[in-house]
Design a protein around this ligand. Structure first.
Ligand SMILES: Cc1cc2nc3c(=O)[nH]c(=O)nc-3n(C[C@H](O)[C@H](O)[C@H](O)COP(=O)(O)OP(=O)(O)OC[C@H]3O[C@@H](n4cnc5c(N)ncnc54)[C@H](O)[C@@H]3O)c2cc1C
Length: 601
């Protein structure tokens, strides 16, 4: 039997035991669903992943999309896989019934999508970006634009992109130079160059809907002068058929370290007369609208990082159970049989670390998915507002922690396989390459850390920060009734004391000292906060496991829960204590990096 893609028992634990997703069916929006319909969608998606994506996973990695001078061609098998995703309904899993969606809770769609992501890697990106593009338009564009562009994207006729980055402007969008001019017919003409645009050209769909950030002539400088436009690859006629070419030219295809199924393009807009463009919402409000997509994309990035880590963990675990090599230090008899490498304590360390990172990261992104749902479907206005505050605050951590720890997990998966992990007969090196993008795109780790410290913490009198602390404190209260968890309760309480002390110190230093110097170690702050949030989610998992074990479960379940508790122990022994070191660097406003001079390197 082939090794499983992901641990089904763990996915079910996350969905039904940790996050109690079945209770969502009591909400009006999900009243037509029950656990059975959730399982049907998950099983269908898993079947699509195994049938269409898994067999071509390696080919997608080895054979890059081709440009023949006119068009970009993807493999026939990827087209079939893309179509299978559309046919399964997964592409509009969370959309309203009215829009031919399945109206599924995002957390359930996320678990179903994990199979596609594990089997298809970034080949799935065409679908997820299109969904995020359509969601943005639905939230902020006119009915006319929704009718024209969103419907064909939901049905799979068109696909969508997010076109922000330019050759001279990546992390700092304030400096973007793409220009828009208003035309006499009320539409606009856009011209400029964008790079790294994922899914920017391909032959999967009839048309590509680019969401382009551009600056209107005479608009204020900086981020206040940025507007958002729909710029299609081809214009569309009144009857919905494809019309003229819209001057969106492919200037180049990038060759990437990983994620090779998803084209990465340089696009040139409107070289002759300007590409016809349609304004989304109001002028100069573009970045605000784009944040709708970016926030969703940040959870998607965290999710992809977590799932790629889970896939590598699962693969290396199965390998370690079957690879005989060496003997334990206590065995002096060279004639005795070799042990499987999973018996070596250091291999167990690498597997436990992967489990702690991957399942910790997955709990974090599913929590984010649930908050994004609660924001709009929680029963009371107060709960909806609370979820909004938490999600807004936690988004940099939900994006960053999995993105940093996912590749670390994949790195360990390679190490578990030894030399076999370094060659492409096994997918673990590909997982690492695919995952390495995640700390870079959608705002690098440093940009997320600056966002957390300078915007998200102080925002609304520290509302998000306090709401997060309160959630952690609630779990601590529940955990105190579990004697087997007492050492973790104490450790988490102490980390909160440390977090509060470090945060107050940073906020006051930001007011009184050289801000460049104070923010020089901001990445250590997001690491510290992230480790505490993940320690909290591990304690939550520990509570569920500890409770379940008192009910004398079946032996398989007993082993599963004991494994969860061992991962809690690992996280609190090996990972959480690092925050003390990071806090020391932050509290002392260490200037090792800040004082370094470019000329000294
Ligand atoms: C495969 C791939 C897919 C992508 N997909 C898309 C897409 O679909 N759409 C899109 O618009 N973009 C996309 N991007 C672009 C991506 O979001 C940018 O690469 C990213 O935002 C970083 O910008 P940059 O590459 O210009 O790096 P830079 O901004 O030049 O950053 C380089 C380094 O400097 C650091 N740095 C930059 N500014 C600061 C600062 N103020 N303070 C401290 N450190 C700083 C960064 O953290 C980083 O380590 C993609 C990129 C890749 C590689």
């Amino acid at each position: 039997m082939p090794a499983p893609l992901l641990n089904e028992r763990d996915l079910s634990f996350m969905l039904y035991e940790l996050f109690d997703s079945e209770s969502l069916t009591q909400r009006t929006r999900y009243q037509d669903h029950d656990r059975q319909t959730f399982e049907q969608v998950i099983n269908t998606t898993k079947a699509v992943a195994e049938k269409f994506f898994l067999p071509i996973r390696q080919k997608l990695d080895l054979v890059e999309p081709k440009f023949d001078g006119k068009n970009v061609h993807l493999s026939i098998e990827l087209k079939a896989a893309f179509q299978a995703v559309i046919d399964s309904g997964f592409a509009s899993a969370t959309a309203d019934f009215d829009l031919d969606g399945m109206q599924l809770p995002p957390i359930v769609a996320s678990v179903a999508g994990a199979y596609l992501s594990a089997a298809g890697g970034t080949g799935l990106g065409y679908t997820t970006l299109t969904t995020a593009n359509a969601n943005l338009l639905q939230a902020h564009a006119s009915e006319q634009l929704v009718e024209r562009w969103v419907k064909p994207m939901r049905s799979g006729r068109f696909s969508g992109t997010m076109a922000m980055t330019e050759p001279g402007c990546g992390s700092g969008l304030a400096d973007l130079t793409t220009v828009a001019i208003k035309a006499s017919d009320g539409s606009y003409r856009v011209s400029g160059n964008k790079i790294f645009i994922s899914g920017g050209d391909h032959d999967l769909t009839e048309n590509i809907v680019h969401l382009v950030l551009a600056r209107l002539k005479g608009a204020p400088k900086g981020i206040k002068g940025i507007s958002l436009f729909v710029v299609p690859k081809y214009l569309v006629n009144e009857d919905g058929s494809i019309g003229d070419d819209n001057e969106v030219a492919l200037a180049g295809l990038f060759h990437k370290m990983g994620g090779r199924a998803h084209t990465s393009t340089a696009l040139s807009f409107g070289e002759k007369n300007g590409s016809e463009a349609y304004l989304v919402g109001e002028e100069n409000q573009g970045l605000k609208y784009m944040f709708h997509m970016m926030n969703e994309a940040r959870i998607m990035v965290g999710t992809s990082a977590a799932v790629t880590a889970l896939a590598g963990f699962q693969y290396s675990l199965d390998y370690a159970k079957e690879r005989p090599q060496g003997r334990l230090p206590s065995c002096k008899d060279p004639l005795s049989p070799m042990v499987n490498i999973i018996e070596h304590a250091d291999v167990k360390r690498m597997l436990l670390a992967q489990k702690a990172y991957a399942e910790g990261a997955h709990a974090l992104v599913l929590y984010g998915s649930q908050l994004s749902d609660d924001e709009t479907t929680a029963p009371s206005q107060q709960e909806r507002e609370h979820a909004h505050i938490l999600l807004d605050f936690l988004t940099p951590i939900i994006k960053t922690w999995p993105s940093e720890y996912g590749p670390k997990a994949n790195d360990l998966a390679i190490q578990v396989l030894g030399g076999h992990g370094y060659i492409n007969e096994h997918p673990v090196e590909m997982f690492y390459r695919d995952n390495r993008l995640n700390p870079i795109h959608e705002g690098t780790t440093c940009i997320q850390s600056l966002d957390l410290l300078t915007r998200k913490v102080p925002m609304n009198n520290l509302a998000g920060y306090f709401a997060t602390l309160a959630e952690i404190e609630k779990t601590i209260v529940i955990a105190t009734s579990h004697n087997d968890l007492s050492q973790y309760v104490e450790a988490l309480e102490s980390s909160l004391v440390l977090l509060k002390k470090t945060t107050s110190h940073m906020l006051s230093a930001m007011q009184t000292q050289n801000i460049d110097m104070v923010l020089a170690n901001s990445v250590k702050y997001i690491e510290l906060f992230g480790n505490i949030v993940v320690a909290w989610l591990w304690l939550k998992q520990g509570i569920v496991a500890s409770k379940a074990l008192t009910k004398k479960p079946h032996i398989d379940d007993e082993r599963f829960y004991l494994g969860k508790l061992q991962a809690v122990k690992y996280f609190y022994s090996f990972e959480l204590p690092q925050i003390y070191h990071w806090s020391t660097i932050l509290m002392s406003l260490d200037t090792s990096c800040y004082d370094m001079q470019a000329e000294w390197f």
